[in-house]
Write a protein that binds this ligand. Structure first.
Ligand code: DGT
Ligand code: CA
Ligand code: CA
Length: 566
């Protein structure tokens, strides 16, 4: 906590000094902010050992400020400057298109101090009147603010920036400046949301490479610029940290900056137990480096198998790595089809033909079209008659086009009393019945759980859709007893859905791992409402990986024939 707070104070100082035009001070504070934010040890502990000066970027003057902070809880200079700039820099900065100078301008001209003020000014159309802002920046700020609000934080959904990140990485890589460049951090761990992008790189001339990196179109603003670390704001509304490391340390640095922090702490303790020291430069026995060039050798030297990044969350992966019992994770290429998609028959925007064409172009063997059932009125749910007509249409297409199989599906409302929204006879004609809870979910955990269990006991549900009902940044998970639900799924041969739609990302990975204790299968679904949503299936696979699933745990890795041969 102290480290984060202190780093944030220094970042504030960096921002304010930049506004004041004190470039050098701003750089110095920014550098310290970054090194403290990524420090393993607590600053308080370092002070006790009298080694604050070992922190990168800390000289006598800054050391004094750290001590002042540790003793008084604040830094006088920061307090003074804050009087002049009473601005919430950390959150405003997280909005795409705003650096310190522009934030100061908005403060001076419109009195904007925080995100709420900004929102108000946008509503009133006041931004475009500020010199240097114009209509275009107003529009772009409005979009960034929407992202900020939608995720409920400054985190972005990986699914929504995944392609951008990879395009950006290729640009960084394919120019001849960098010898190597790879993604680390939460992006490499495939978390559903990411705080920033971390890139590690190797190059021969740091200054030239940094210059090139900063010249890329996507770079909007430079937050920190040092010899080996650069932190920038990208036009996708996210920060990117670039760290340049020595080739000999590349594996150790990858290991360190991939995280998670909890995984790293455990790794470091394992090293200490073996009388070794692990940091971002390597694994050391005394002064001598014993591993560091590759991640594999770092893990191996500690008696561990290499751990796939998705598992590095301190959820038992290091114990399994030591026992050589890590799972062989499912791969995206193992996935043959999608079990959850909508067309404009219910609340999607694409026609059946458009969805199927897109699925074909992605090489799928099958796609289930799972329209909502009638009682979900806001989603234009289908009644028995419309489902019957739709099923006839699907049969016809399947007859004439053998290149993909369209599965007759329904996203079936589990009613308030736990009964199902369509007659069993119709459900028996469906290939894929995705049972779902959307309405009338109360706070009573027993009632909620019984309702779901009753539906599972019907014997007519194939998979339980987005089981927790959470919407990231919008709605907490439903109150449900998951041990009971997993048990009921096991007894009734119902699989659990992993829904890859970004806001849902449901089951969450930690529950996937828990559900693995039961004799259960999982289905992956994109919950597409448009053709370009089909890409979310990949992120369902990521959650499956983070939940330790293997190919055989997931139904989508089977062929249609294996699944539905009757
Ligand atoms: P994010 O950006 O919030 O989505 O999450 P990460 O995991 O990418 O975190 P970030 O960008 O702050 O740092 C990248 C990695 O660097 C992190 O996963 C592990 C390592 N790291 C950062 N701070 C610390 C720390 O205080 N202690 C340790 N052991 N490792 C750290
Ligand atoms: Ca990160
Ligand atoms: Ca970072």
């Amino acid at each position: 906590m102290t480290n984060r707070e202190l780093a944030s104070l220094f970042q504030d100082l960096a921002d304010m000094e930049e506004i004041e035009g004190n470039r050098w001070e701003s750089l110095a504070y920014g550098k310290v902010a970054l090194s403290i934010a990524t420090l393993v040890e607590d600053v308080g502990e370092l002070r006790k050992k009298d080694s604050l000066r070992n922190i990168e970027g800390v000289g006598a003057a800054i050391e004094k400020k750290i001590i002042e902070y540790l003793e008084t809880g604040h830094i006088e200079k920061h307090v003074k400057m804050k009087e002049k700039y009473p601005i919430d820099f950390p959150s405003l900065r997280n909005i795409q298109g705003l650096g310190p100078k522009r934030i100061a301008l908005l403060h001076r001209e419109l009195g904007i101090k925080n995100v709420d003020d900004l929102e108000k000014a946008l509503e009133e159309g006041a931004i475009s009147s500020v010199p240097g802002f114009g209509k275009k920046s107003e529009e772009s700020l409005r979009r960034s603010l929407e992202v900020h609000r939608r995720t409920g934080s400054n985190r972005l959904f990986l699914a929504l920036v995944y392609d951008d990140i990879h395009r950006f990485l290729s640009k960084v890589r394919d120019n001849g400046y960098f010898l190597k460049a790879d993604i680390a951090g939460s992006t490499r761990r495939n978390r559903e949301t990411i705080g920033d992008i971390d890139i590690l790189a190797v190059c021969t001339d740091n200054a030239k490479c940094t210059e090139f990196f900063l010249s890329l179109d996507e770079v909007e603003d430079v937050v920190v610029r040092g010899e080996t670390k650069v932190s920038v704001r990208l036009s996708y509304g996210i920060n990117c940290d670039l760290r340049i490391v020595d080739p000999e340390s590349y594996g150790a640095a990858m290991q360190y900056f991939t995280g998670s922090k909890e995984h790293n702490i455990k790794m470091r303790d394992l090293a200490i137990e073996q009388n070794l020291k692990l940091n971002e430069y390597g694994l050391f026995s005394g002064e001598k480096s014993v591993a560091g060039k590759t991640e594999e050798e770092v893990y191996e030297h500690l008696g561990l198998s290499w751990v796939p990044p998705e598992l590095r969350e301190n959820m038992g992966e290091l114990e399994a790595a030591r026992g050589r019992s890590l799972p062989t994770l499912i791969e995206h290429r193992d996935v043959r089809g999608d079990f959850h998609a909508h067309t404009n028959a219910s609340d999607g925007t694409a026609t059946l033909e458009e969805m199927v064409e897109k699925a074909k172009s992605l090489g799928y063997d099958y796609i289930a079209l799972t329209e909502h059932s009638a009682s979900l009125r806001i989603a234009n749910g289908l009644d028995e008659k419309r489902f019957n007509e739709r099923n006839v249409e699907i049969d016809k297409i399947n007859e004439s086009d053998r290149s993909i199989r369209i599965l007759k599906g329904v996203e079936l409302e589990i009613r308030k009393d736990g009964t199902l929204d369509l007659p069993y006879k119709l459900l028996e004609e469906m290939d894929v019945v995705v049972g779902a809870l959307h309405q009338w979910v109360g706070d009573n955990i027993t009632e909620n759980t019984n309702r779901v269990v009753k539906a599972l006991n019907s014997g007519h549900i194939f998979t339980l859709a987005h089981p927790t009902g959470r919407l990231i940044g919008v709605r907490e998970p439903y109150r449900l007893d998951f041990e009971k639900i997993f048990q009921a799924c096991e007894e009734n041969n119902v699989s659990l859905e992993i829904n890859g739609y970004p806001e849902r990302s449901d089951l969450p990975y930690d529950l996937v791992k828990r559900a693995r204790e039961y004799d259960l299968k999982f289905t992956l679904g994109s919950d597409s409402h448009r053709t370009d949503h089909l890409r979310f299936l990949r992120f369902a696979t990521s959650i499956a990986r983070r939940g330790w699933l293997e190919k055989n745990d997931v139904m989508n890795t089977s062929s249609c024939h294996e699944l539905f041969a009757k």
